[in-house]
Design a protein around this ligand. Structure first.
Ligand SMILES: *[C@@H]1O[C@H](CO)[C@@H](O)[C@H](O)[C@H]1NC(C)=O
Ligand SMILES: *[C@@H]1O[C@H](CO)[C@@H](O)[C@H](O)[C@H]1NC(C)=O
Length: 200
């Protein structure tokens, strides 16, 4: 048995002894899901979308929470913390199809360059991803042309997800109002559809 097989076996035998009491899922659902996990129904999904980062104007979705005493004196804006609930769209235009939101906290935590730490959830609202989330936690150096940020987990269709985001600044419509960011996400996850394949 290969290394991956051993890891799955380890996980599955562990799962048998964990009582199904800690989450909101129904017992039967949990059993089915853990079985699909044991069978290794893992898949890769690639998503492509745009983030509408509205920092000003009447439809603002990003707000300052706090600043450090040196934030205003540094080009890196170190120490600023923001909370956001940004619209996620299929195309770059703000009025293109809405596919979700990006909600969470970001901050500037590099003394020398504009680099965000991101602690955000992507909440999808369309199609088979509706209601599923992806959690993104990582560093996003805004002045780099292409940035990579890690995906550390997910829910729903994206349960047990891990992967990465490649992001670029698509356009700065007005630095004080709207910037649009392009996101390509690649995630490994255990699809709920795998449950249908079980012969129970
Ligand atoms: C704000 O949102 C409203 C409703 O979606 C829209 O009609 C309006 O054009 C938006 N304003 C700006 C400045 O984007
Ligand atoms: C997404 O799910 C919510 C809650 O179940 C539902 O109200 C909404 O209509 C769904 N949206 C789409 C586009 O399927």
């Amino acid at each position: 048995m290969g290394k991956i097989g051993t890891v799955f076996l380890g996980f599955c035998s562990l799962a048998i002894f964990i009582p199904w009491v800690c989450s909101g899922l129904k017992e039967e659902e949990e059993k089915i899901w853990s079985q699909s996990l044991c069978r290794g129904k893992e898949k890769v999904t690639k998503l492509h979308f745009y983030l509408q980062d509205v920092v000003g104007g009447p439809n603002r979705t990003v707000y300052d929470v706090a600043k450090s005493e040196i934030t205003d004196s540094l080009p890196s804006e170190f120490g600023e913390v923001l909370v956001l609930d940004n619209l996620v769209t299929a195309g770059p235009e703000p009025e293109s199809k809405k596919v979700g939101r990006m909600q969470g906290v970001v901050g500037l935590s590099d003394l020398h360059e504009m680099a965000l730490f991101m602690l955000v959830n992507l909440v999808f609202t369309e199609g088979k991803f509706n209601g599923s989330t992806l959690s993104v936690l990582g560093r996003n150096p805004l002045n780099d042309k292409v940035r990579e940020v890690q995906v550390v987990g997910g829910t729903g269709v994206f349960r047990m997800a891990r992967g990465y985001v490649i992001t670029r600044t698509h356009s700065v419509v007005d630095a004080n109002i709207l910037s649009v960011y392009e996101y390509t996400v690649v995630v490994f996850h255990f699809d709920e559809e795998a449950m249908d394949l079980l012969d129970m």
